[in-house]
Design a protein around this ligand. Structure first.
Ligand SMILES: [Zn+2]
Length: 363
């Protein structure tokens, strides 16, 4: 057979997907059973829709296509709906509408437009919250909105320690046996979306000011730790303890774990100004377990990728908002027993995310 025209990596991947373009021109070794697709999921980040003319980012270096982002989302949804084996779910990585909406009293209208578009998607979508959610809405509003997808969580019987608290927006779910996804709240510790009269706001402002003496708290100028800016946030100890409990369960049950967060946590994969405040604390928890395979984040509109020394793949998905009308920005991750394969569209590159050898399933 002319294997060049066969999907050698994931037998269930649609033909003609050009995985081979990024692979060495050799068939994958090993039995076919290790190369078949188990399930897939979609990823999309930083849609930041607003009914506005195009603009630019803060530095003036990147064009932002506020209106066209809705068309990009529609294109992604049509694509996922048409896939021959539909994804099990889609991960929306946060910043679904732009902060400008608040200025124009258009937050609810824009959110409704985007959510109506998401309704066309035939599979569940899990929504993550980013800084732009909090520019538009309070945490209480978000909790009671359609952006709260906690009803999609799975619970682990007889393990109350794996139930998240109501103090942050995080949960876990199992789209396929032995694969657990954990959605984290990267603005659990933040001055955004918190009532300014609350002790938590005062606590977060204190942490921010201790690390950022600038008058403009959105400026990283001169900071030793540039992630300490107002547009970022962090994870509370309570949330990290919960994450630790879920990962302990996953380790014991030989599960593989995918973590989802608006903010990235690995410096090699991201501009340091985009990291979560206490990214080191999150990494320490993750690195103390063997189950985590992948960490997906948004927020860094240029995207990024790195595999850390513990074999965790950190993938930052390119933002829709800075994607030209003639391109695209979303992807489908095909999950195989020995690896995940991100098939990117437009400016999202293809990536092969091999599990560390000892983590590969042996059927
Ligand atoms: Zn963001």
């Amino acid at each position: 057979m002319n294997w060049r025209h066969q999907p050698v990596c994931c037998s269930a991947c649609p033909p003609g997907e050009n995985y081979l373009e990024i692979m060495d021109a050799k068939p994958e070794p090993g039995p076919l059973s290790e190369s078949s697709e188990l399930f897939s999921f979609g990823v999309i980040a930083d849609i930041q829709y607003a009914d506005l003319e195009d603009g630019y980012n803060f530095q003036g270096s990147r064009r932002r296509y506020y209106r066209h982002s809705l068309l990009h989302l529609q294109g992604a949804i049509e694509h996922w709906n048409k896939e021959s084996s539909p994804p099990s779910c889609v991960l929306q990585l946060g910043d679904i509408i732009d902060g400008y909406n608040a200025q124009y009293q258009a937050s609810e209208k824009s959110l409704e437009l985007i959510m109506n578009t998401f309704q066309r998607l035939k599979v569940p979508v899990h929504h993550t919250w980013g800084n732009h959610e909090f520019y538009n809405f309070s945490r209480d509003y978000l909790t009671n909105s359609k952006l709260n997808t906690k009803f999609l969580e799975d619970q682990i019987a007889h393990h109350p320690e794996t139930v998240p608290s109501e103090n942050y927006y995080a949960y876990h779910f199992v789209p396929f046996p032995k694969f657990r996804f954990i959605l984290l709240d990267a603005y659990d510790m933040s001055v955004l979306g918190v009532d300014q009269s609350s002790p938590k706001y005062q606590q977060c402002l204190k942490i921010l000011r201790e690390h950022n003496p600038n008058t403009e708290l959105n400026s990283p100028q001169g900071l030793a730790e540039p992630q300490f800016v107002q547009f970022n946030g962090g994870f509370s100890q309570e949330q990290l303890n919960w994450l630790n409990e879920v990962l302990t369960f996953s380790d014991r049950n030989q599960e593989k774990v995918v973590i989802v967060s608006h903010l990235p946590i690995y410096p090699e994969a991201s501009d340091s100004v985009c990291l979560a405040w206490n990214y080191r604390d999150a990494l320490a928890v993750i690195w103390s377990h063997k189950c985590v395979v992948c960490f997906f984040a948004g927020h860094t509109h240029d995207g990024g990728y790195s595999e850390d020394p513990f074999g965790v793949h950190h993938v930052n998905i390119e933002g829709v908002i800075e994607t030209a009308p003639d391109s695209q920005a979303f992807g489908t991750v095909h999950v195989c027993p020995d690896k995940m394969m991100l098939k990117g569209r437009g400016r999202v590159p293809d990536r092969i995310l091999n599990y560390k050898k000892e983590r590969a399933f042996h059927f």
